[in-house]
Design a protein around this ligand. Structure first.
Ligand SMILES: NC(=O)c1ccc[n+]([C@@H]2O[C@H](COP(=O)([O-])OP(=O)(O)OC[C@H]3O[C@@H](n4cnc5c(N)ncnc54)[C@H](OP(=O)(O)O)[C@@H]3O)[C@@H](O)[C@H]2O)c1
Length: 322
């Protein structure tokens, strides 16, 4: 990435020296890198993390360990791992650098492209639904952008937890994807009012848990159809609209607004992240969850892929294969 801006302006495909792993780090050959909305925000320079320019973009990957830095005991060359990259040596490249302590073994049941989004995307879902919202079997879960990256994971994880899942999507094609993912009820926000549908299918009670990666009207509508003692998990603001919470409304209706920042778990509760990975790996092995990969593209298509993600027209995850 050479400058801040939209992906097609900010990114250039170029040759750079192969990075060397520092102490405690891994150099990995990238097998597949997942496109995440934060990659778009990093391009624009509006993400909560900023890296000095120029740097190699790409936060999430599946790779094969090529070299280990001093003191690394967790992994050896040849191991297949997943995790986040250590900027400036990001994942949209042939080689990337990772912290050995935060990398995880890639689940055997997933191919490289499927394994790439099995870190940030699925851990965000699991920690949001289980650690933050304490989702219970039999509860109703409302997922916004249910055919998208984190949303598709949340639909699968909600079903795996025994919840009844209502997915909100933009458009009929995405509605078909959300149904395929297992959503029990699907609402096309372009032609239907999700608040009315949630009230109708829950007999007026509302959703017990809301998983919201969109913000704006998705959040505001959610407060109108949240159940008594419901929990709204604030995952992100893909709409670009960061809503304000009306606290007297939360008080009057007895609901909770739960912030979720996956990266903080990695820093403050690495054991919890490892437990989460173990549980997710078990769910893959049991056939309960599996990342939806809609497009497998070459590295030269990173600006095109991120453009589509920014425009909200992708489903599941786009993955780049070096
Ligand atoms: N809290 C955390 O730790 C954490 C971790 C990972 C990701 N995130 C956040 O989660 C959000 C989703 O990330 P993702 O990579 O999985 O993206 P994504 O959900 O695959 O794509 C965004 C989706 O949001 C919906 N959307 C609604 N209004 C939109 C608009 N104006 N522009 C673009 N999209 C719009 C679209 O779905 P519909 O058309 O179906 O509504 C679109 O497909 C991002 O805000 C990201 O930063 C947070």
């Amino acid at each position: 990435m050479v400058r801040h801006g939209e992906p097609e302006d900010a990114l250039e495909l170029t040759e750079v020296p192969r990075p060397a792993p520092g102490p405690g780090q891994l150099l990995v050959r990238v097998l597949a890198a997942a496109a995440n909305f934060p990659d778009v925000l990093l391009c624009r320079g509006t993400y909560q993390i900023r890296a000095p320019l120029p740097f190699t973009l790409g936060i999430e990957l599946c790779g094969q360990v090529a070299e280990v830095g001093a003191g690394v005991t967790e992994f050896s060359p040849g191991d297949r791992v997943i995790g986040d990259s250590l900027l400036p040596h990001g994942a949209f490249a042939e080689y990337a650098v990772m912290e050995a302590t935060t990398a995880m073994p890639a689940p055997a049941g997933l191919d490289d492209a499927e394994a790439a989004p099995f870190y940030v995307t699925y851990q965000t879902g699991w920690l949001g639904l289980h650690r933050r919202a304490r989702l219970a079997a039999g509860e109703t879960l409302l997922v916004h952008a249910a055919a998208g990256g984190v949303g598709s994971g949340a639909v699968q994880l909600g079903k795996a937890a025994g919840a009844r899942v209502i997915g909100v999507v933009g458009g009929q094609e995405k509605a078909a994807v959300a149904r395929e993912l297992g959503a029990d009820v699907v609402v096309d926000r372009r032609s239907e009012d999700f608040v009315a549908v949630v009230k109708e299918v829950t007999g007026g009670r509302g959703a017990d848990v809301v998983y919201d990666p969109v913000g704006g009207d998705a959040y505001r509508g959610s407060t109108k159809c949240i159940a008594f003692e419901g929990r709204i998990v604030v995952v992100g603001f893909a709409s670009g609209d960061i809503p304000s919470a009306v606290l007297n409304h939360a008080l009057v209706k007895n609901y909770s607004i739960l912030g979720l920042h996956w990266g903080l778990y990695q820093r403050l509760d690495p054991g919890g992240v490892r437990d989460c990975h173990a549980e997710l790996t078990r769910l893959v092995a049991a056939g309960a969850i599996r990342p939806l990969i809609s497009e497998r593209l070459p590295l030269g298509d990173v600006p095109y892929g991120l453009r589509r993600l920014a425009d909200g027209v992708t489903t599941g995850r786009i993955v780049f294969l070096p």
